[in-house]
Design a protein around this ligand. Structure first.
Ligand SMILES: [Zn+2]
Length: 505
């Protein structure tokens, strides 16, 4: 607004009257961006300055003297949230702000909406409506979210899609195919019905969109409610619902799953998660910020978790450590917990491929690192994962540099007796590090950090050998370009990790 007052100057004061009574749609949309100063006061001050004694002031250029097409150009380049204040300056500004090209540009630049004019005409809405009633109104729910479904968690990306805001639920591929792409389905959508307020629709179930509701509770938290849960029901009742869920979630029938413990876990998940089909709360998560000295680009990975199936894990780097945080979880280790922690300062050099088959040889190597850590008096497992960042490891135990492992691939084979859900795991690795993996009883009872080996295969795949469990998890990068998912600052990311962990511990 200061810009406007300066440009209006004395000459413009006659045309500028602050509108107080009527509020335009943009104002209601941007009510939280009230300027600190009263534009009228600024105008008076500017006028007083012009009347004061002293050398003649330089000729002032009035913004109002500019041709309307130039004003449209100027206004279109301002943030949409500032336009409401502009509309209150004077009737002329207000009139010019009705120009839809201004709002089209704001929609495009701020939200990436590239709807053509015809599409809007067909829908019977203006860009100003789209901006104010849809995009601006629901801007706080755009981004990456974790649903609060007990230990199971999940991943939701709310994005602008044409003239809709859509909440996409992302699911890992079917177990154990970690390299397959992510699956996704819409959980809700918001759109403008002609010029009315935006409508929220629940997309759950197989009977198409139906009435729903969204509540933005506080910063970084919102909830969805379904108003017609009968749309989620199937004619065949719970049996049919379970069979359909199983087919979608696991890609198979219960008879195909011979493992009794796995059958139990699957049934438990169905019963537990279906309680949440009418109401869900989401908490914001961010993708990990990346730094040039990271071992590999951080991000989301799909990993094998034995009978629990595939789970989503977020890999992030914290100085000399890498953390794997669960985005989805299970009744043993819930979502939000740190499943693996890697000590990047302690590299493990595996023996030649024949010796790698010996489990006792691998145990001996890991015990060697544990002994070193004991002597240093700082066992990695006992460290809090949220201590201030340590500098990256400059003096690795092994020659060659821990933070910059040799890119030369070496042959890899799992020790005999270590089970892997996926038999065709990578047969060459780039580097191995000492790490700990979190294990616990059902219900996250007696959690314990147990020793293991982090195996880096390439930029998009890593593994973890759980020594005590004698099992191997394989992780493969999630290749989805999630939108609105960047953390505003490294600290915001750290806070988010701490927050989601504390909710389930
Ligand atoms: Zn519904």
């Amino acid at each position: 607004m200061a810009v406007c007052a300066r440009l209006c100057g004395v000459g413009a004061a006659r045309g500028c009257r602050r509108r107080q009574q009527r509020r335009g749609p943009a104002e209601t949309a941007a009510a939280d961006s009230e300027p600190d100063t009263d534009p009228e006061e600024e105008l008076i001050e500017a006028g007083a300055a012009g009347l004061s004694a002293g050398p003649a002031p330089p000729p002032r250029l009035s913004l109002l003297e500019l041709p309307p097409e130039l004003l449209v150009e100027i206004f279109a380049s301002l943030p949409g949230t500032d336009l409401s204040s502009l509309a209150r300056v004077c009737t002329r500004f207000r009139r010019i702000l009705h120009t839809d090209t201004i709002w089209r540009r704001r929609c495009r630049e701020e939200y990436g909406v590239c709807e053509d004019a015809r599409g809007l005409e067909v829908a019977g809405v203006s860009c100003r409506d789209v901006y104010a009633k849809l995009l601006h109104r629901y801007r706080h729910i755009l981004g990456l979210w974790q649903p609060d479904i007990g230990p199971y968690g999940g991943l939701l990306n709310v994005v602008v899609d044409g003239l809709f805001i859509v909440g996409w639920m992302y699911l890992p591929p079917h177990d154990p195919h970690v390299d397959d792409p992510m699956r996704f389905k819409p959980l809700f959508r918001i759109h403008l019905m002609e010029r009315k307020a935006a409508t929220v629709e629940c997309m759950y179930g197989h009977r198409g969109p139906h009435s729903g509701h969204i509540q933005i509770m506080k910063k970084d938290e919102f909830s969805t409610k379904c108003s017609q849960t009968d749309h989620h029901r199937m004619p065949g009742g719970r049996q049919e619902e379970f069979r359909t869920w199983l087919r979608e979630e696991w890609g198979r029938t219960l008879e195909d799953i011979f493992h009794e413990h796995m059958q139990e876990l699957i049934l438990m998940k169905f019963i537990y998660t279906s309680q949440y089909d009418n109401c869900l709360t989401y908490r914001r998560i961010y993708l990990p910020p990346s730094r040039p000295d990271d071992l590999i680009p951080p991000g989301l990975f799909k990993g094998t978790y034995g009978s629990h199936g595939l789970e989503l894990v977020m890999l992030s780097f914290h100085g000399g450590r890498a953390l794997g945080t669960k985005v989805t979880g299970d009744p043993n280790i819930p979502a939000g917990q740190q499943t693996v922690e890697v000590d990047l300062a302690h590299r493990i050099q595996l023996p030649d491929v024949e010796q790698q088959r010996s489990f006792s040889e691998l145990s001996r190597l890991v015990q060697g690192v544990q002994e070193q850590l004991r002597q240093q008096g700082a066992p990695a497992a006992a460290q809090s994962p949220h201590q201030p960042m340590e500098p990256p490891a400059k003096d690795p135990v092994e020659p060659g540099g821990a933070a910059a492992p040799s890119s030369q691939a070496q042959p890899f084979v799992l020790p005999v007796g270590v089970s892997s859900r996926k038999e065709d795991y990578p047969r060459s690795y780039r580097a191995c590090f000492y790490g700990t993996g979190l294990i616990a009883g059902h219900g996250f009872t007696s959690p314990e950090h147990t020793p293991g080996v982090f195996v880096l295969f390439d930029d998009d795949r890593f593994g973890f050998i759980w020594l005590e469990l004698k099992s191997f998890s394989l992780y493969s990068r999630v290749r989805v370009a999630f939108r609105h998912a960047e953390a505003p600052s490294p600290q915001a990311f750290e806070d988010m990790l701490k927050n989601i962990q504390s909710l389930t511990s």
